[in-house]
Design a protein around this ligand. Structure first.
Ligand SMILES: C[S@@+](CC[C@H](N)C(=O)[O-])C[C@H]1O[C@@H](n2cnc3c(N)ncnc32)[C@H](O)[C@@H]1O
Length: 209
């Protein structure tokens, strides 16, 4: 049915392990904002498994929006996808009204290493703005960690990313944490995922104390 749409084999592999974590960690209902929805495969797979949740897909690449809409058509909880650049000062940006403290979760997979470093500050600042006081930011992907041996697979992936674009590359977790800290978010949970990826759960500092 969706054979003609852009397809990510990685999203197909990681969608179920990530969903299993979301099911354990999200409350029974709420509003979720997905940042960098890509092909829309995560929205298509996960939204129907989270029946108490609405799911707002977004993408920086406006040309990706029709495919996300096509993939999620007929899923009542999934809102029409919107264009969103995380470095914008307001989300989602004109002409849409700005979101403030209206989401219970922000979910973002595989963005920080496939985008320039300032995208990290944008993601943290914007998430802090749009999350309710008890909301969670969930980021998924490979990271570099001090004191943890980087797997050969992640080392090779980092090198291939930098060859494709010198502004890309795996991010150091402590540097991501510094950006989160500046935005008022703290790391609440670090969950090891298949293939040397991490699911990180961030929350407002005030909610963590
Ligand atoms: C590797 S894809 C990940 C897609 C999807 N989340 C997944 O895991 O399959 C990275 C995505 O980040 C998006 N992106 C890049 N820069 C961005 C920005 N400044 N704001 C929001 N999204 C951005 C790209 O358009 C692309 O769709």
């Amino acid at each position: 049915m969706h054979e003609d749409l852009p397809f990510s084999p990685a999203a197909e592999r990681n969608r179920q392990p990530i969903l299993e974590q979301l099911l354990q960690r999200l409350p029974p209902q709420g509003h979720l904002l997905e940042v960098a929805s890509g092909t829309g495969q995560h929205a298509q797979h996960m939204a129907p498994a989270l029946p108490g949740w609405t799911w707002q897909p977004t993408e920086h690449d406006g040309q990706a929006l029709p495919a996300i809409a096509a993939r999620t058509a007929g899923l009542p909880a999934v809102r029409p996808p919107l264009r969103l650049d995380v470095t914008a000062t307001e989300w989602p940006g004109p002409p849409q009204p700005a979101w403030t403290a209206c989401f219970d979760a922000v979910y973002c997979a595989n963005l920080l290493h496939i985008a320039p470093w300032p995208v990290c500050a944008g993601l943290m600042r914007g998430s802090a703005r749009v999350l309710r006081p008890t909301g969670l930011l969930l980021t998924y992907g490979p990271y570099l960690e001090r004191g943890v041996d980087t797997s050969p697979g992640n080392r090779a992936f980092d090198q291939s990313l930098r060859e494709r674009d010198p502004a890309w590359g795996l991010r150091w977790l402590h540097e991501v944490q510094a950006q989160a800290d500046a935005a008022g978010l703290v790391l609440a949970q670090r969950i090891a995922m298949p293939a040397n990826n991490l699911l990180l759960v961030w929350q407002h500092r005030a909610a963590a104390t």
